[in-house]
Write a protein that binds this ligand. Structure first.
Ligand code: FES
Length: 131
């Protein structure tokens, strides 16, 4: 391997391919398809949420209020850090502390300028599935 290639690989490793959760999964639905079960309703704490694996390679942030579940791509719109599930009514990015509304994904405070991207899901019985 050329020295130049080695330097590039090292730089990529240092600049954040890994998430704050240590997961190698990519934010989003990955290879999952509409209709795929992504979690049980019981896997998502009511009034809070959870990061869940999706398909073979994706991950989503699920937020639950009673029997209603919304899903968001957990990549912070600022620089891509995986955000934390909501606590005390707010989703927070651990890197630069942007905050987001857990019911809509809208940004509450920056530096992020955009909200979290919502992913359509539905609750079917006791399962959360991609819509
Ligand atoms: S990466 Fe989330 S606020 Fe900067």
């Amino acid at each position: 391997m050329e020295r130049r290639t080695l330097l590039l690989c090292g730089l990529l490793a240092l600049t954040g391919c890994a998430s704050s959760t240590g997961s190698t999964r990519k934010p989003g639905v990955g290879s999952a398809r509409a209709g795929d079960r992504i979690a049980g309703l019981a896997d998502v704490p009511d009034g809070s949420g959870a990061l869940v694996p999706v398909g073979a390679d994706g991950q989503l942030l699920l937020v639950r209020s009673g029997s209603s579940v919304r899903a968001f791509n957990p990549a912070c719109p600022h620089q891509g850090t995986i955000v934390n599930p909501p606590t005390a009514g707010v989703i927070t990015c651990p890197t630069h502390r942007s905050t987001f509304d857990p019911s809509t994904g809208a940004v509450r405070s920056g530096p992020a300028e955009k909200g979290l991207a919502e992913v359509p899901v539905r609750v079917t019985g006791q399962d959360v599935v991609l819509a």
